[in-house]
Design a protein around this ligand. Structure first.
Ligand code: SF4
Ligand code: SF4
Length: 345
């Protein structure tokens, strides 16, 4: 059996085990080389991080726990010198996504060959606007170059705009531009931290008046457009279920999902601390995760998170909606080339 089919088979088996978390987001570094206007990470950098060996040990623990899909982010995960080793190890165990702001991917190209999704952040086709949002001159050119290079190298690159008031009206255009070139598009949604937990693990979204979505009707219209476009365009990676949830949120202010933090997903920070999401305090170390997962404390936290309505980060909504084994597997079948191979044999 080839390496990739072996991975596919073990991932498929893990997908079907109930009562396990399927998604983990590991911010493997707090270092970042950008200054995005809607982000706190760059203001609160930390030079401390786990060693390569510790991360490898943590990845094994996540695999044993049943994690199917991992997102390596930061900061910028590619700023770590050992990023190639970490990425290779993760890619052999999980459906792996690596985030980059577009500045590093071309420098680490060999490390990205086996990654399932390399997500490059581009917020506008207008160079000046993109660079304004990122607060880094030249960001757009680098990101566009990265996407082109990775695509030409047949690496699974996707573009990930963060939807905000500044680019709301051009999301359809951005989507068409990249998907017509065969490049998939996924989205983030601008959100800012409004956690009531003063010990929240770390802050990501920074409040910024220019970015807050004020035109709710346009957001509803965008959801309608993407739902329609998805019928013919398989390169739009966001799911219809997620678009419908967003549509209702912006149309009626109603949340049609319960948060499943610490059930379907968990986050790990650069020091190996785990939490349901970044907005709450950490609840232990990744190295204690096997004994914590079924603990009374974790069960109580799950109940609290289940009722929590403090954020609208798209990835958390997505994981809350798509976490059960069946949903996970169909999602993977839809979006992950290796699972398709297994199904088609
Ligand atoms: S959004 Fe990403 S690239 Fe921008 S400052 Fe924050 S962590 Fe860095
Ligand atoms: S809704 Fe869920 S992901 Fe968002 S802050 Fe609450 S527990 Fe965290």
């Amino acid at each position: 059996m080839t390496k990739s089919l072996k991975k596919t088979a073990t991932v498929a088996v893990r997908s079907l085990v109930p009562g396990r978390p399927h998604h983990a987001q590991w911010m493997i570094t707090r270092k970042c080389n950008y200054h995005c206007r809607g982000c706190n990470v760059w203001k609160e950098q930390d030079q401390r991080e786990l060693s390569t060996e510790e991360i490898i040990r943590g990845l094994d623990i996540l695999k044993d726990l049943g994690i199917v899909e991992i997102v390596l982010s930061g900061g910028n995960p590619l700023l770590r010198e050992d990023a190639p080793e970490i990425i290779e190890y993760a890619s052999n165990l999980f459906v792996t996504t690596v985030y980059d702001n577009g500045s590093m991917a071309t420098k680490k190209i060999e490390a990205l060959r086996n990654v399932d999704f390399v997500a490059i952040s581009i917020d506008s086709l207008d160079e000046a606007k993109n660079d304004y949002i990122k607060a880094v001159p030249g960001a757009w050119k680098k990101a566009m170059k990265a996407v082109e290079t990775l695509h030409n190298e047949r690496i699974s690159v996707s573009v990930t705009p963060t939807i905000s008031q500044l680019n709301l009206y051009e999301i359809v255009g951005i989507t068409n531009y990249f998907t017509q070139k065969g490049i998939p598009v996924w989205y983030c949604l601008y959100s800012f931290d409004q956690s009531e937990d003063k010990n929240q693990l770390f802050r990501i979204g920074k409040i910024n008046d220019e970015l807050i979505i004020r035109d709710d009707q346009a957001m509803v219209k965008l959801c309608d457009s993407l739902i329609e476009m998805k019928k013919k365009n398989r390169k739009i990676l966001i799911t219809t279920k997620l678009l419908n949830a967003l549509r209702t949120l912006f149309l009626e202010g109603k949340r049609t999902w319960n948060c499943r933090a610490l059930q379907n997903f968990l986050v790990i920070d650069h020091l190996g601390r785990i939490a349901g999401c970044h907005s709450h305090n950490f609840s232990g170390s990744i190295f204690d995760l096997p004994k914590l997962w079924n603990s009374e404390n974790f069960n109580l936290l799950r109940k609290t998170y289940n009722k929590c309505k403090q954020c609208a980060y798209l990835c958390y909504i997505f994981y809350s909606l798509h976490g059960n084994p069946y949903g996970n597997l169909t999602l993977a079948k839809d979006q992950w080339k290796n699972v398709k191979l297994l199904f088609e044999r």
